[in-house]
Design a protein around this ligand. Sequence first.
Ligand SMILES: CC(C)(COP(=O)(O)OP(=O)(O)OC[C@H]1O[C@@H](n2cnc3c(N)ncnc32)[C@H](O)[C@@H]1OP(=O)(O)O)[C@@H](O)C(=O)NCCC(=O)NCCS
Length: 319
Amino acid sequence: MTPRVGSRIVSFGHHQPSKLLTNDQLTEMVDTSDEWIRSRTGIVTRHVAGDDETVAVMGVAAAEHALLTASVAPGDVDLVIVATTTAEQRSPNTAGMVSAALGMTAPAIIDVNVACSGFVHALALADMAIRAGSASQALVIGSELLTAFTDYTDRTTCVLTADGAGAVLVQGTDQPSVGPVAWGSKPSLAPAVRIAPPTDKFVQDGRAVYKWALGEGAAHARKALELAGIDAADVDVLCTHQANLRIIEPMAEQLGMTDRIVVTDVVESGNTSAASIPLGMSKWWHAGKVGGDQTALLFGFGGGFAYASMVVRTPALPL
Ligand SMILES: CC(C)(COP(=O)(O)OP(=O)(O)OC[C@H]1O[C@@H](n2cnc3c(N)ncnc32)[C@H](O)[C@@H]1OP(=O)(O)O)[C@@H](O)C(=O)NCCC(=O)NCCS
């Protein structure tokens, strides 16, 4: 392996469990309404994993989809990074389980736990590894089983969370289209989003996150444009963390991007934390709603309290 100038995304892949949880079903579980959920979050449905759909199993399915789309064999991948905050076990890590299930030869295996901004962090690390010559072809996966850490008696959180996985295949190139990452965190907000003892359930200060997102979020997202040396006018696609339509739409407005393709998969998929950006991008790219060879601004934020933004070029649409 030799160091490369940079990397590019070759394909997207995703997996969503077939089981759906609707707003109406939630009204039978907690004191809520379809109207409240739609008007405050935009969410209409969310996918919930079946008993055999673990974080690793969903990650494998998303990775296989990306590999198949690019016609690349698992043995040709030398780095697997999985962003997840809901792994079923401590060791082996999810990347190790994914690579074993895919029958890979000798990949480096890394898990990244930065909650909802995990995928953008993971993609940045893969890009750096390729630039350094430590990898030539990487699978970067976001996979989450948030429903396993959801309290279905808490109406403030159980209407939000969902399961799923998204993946990208990244290759070294001399004409890079994965831009530099702009990342950071706000330590004073660390307690705002937690999966922690004693309950080990997802809890958040929704108001604090909302306030941060619409107060400071756009400025952090713009930093990726500066690092990539482009203007907001050059962006075709905006894909922020899929937490709430009431955050995505005003943020698009703040960024001056309401007339672009704004990914709003949260409506159909709920909040899948680290999976939400690759899941939304993959679904929309495979459906032709996001085009090939378009400039996309990705912006993840959440637990930590961490954030990361990056400009990427989408690959040509699959045939
Ligand atoms: C979670 C969120 C949708 C809550 O919306 P909100 O408008 O802030 O609502 P609040 O939490 O202030 O609650 C308002 C009222 O609605 C109630 N409520 C909360 N959830 C409800 C539900 N599912 N159904 C009906 N009422 C609900 C509250 O109990 C509260 O009632 P009260 O005024 O009688 O106390 C919103 O804060 C949000 O999206 N935050 C960002 C979350 C995020 O992006 N997280 C990312 C990290 S993963």
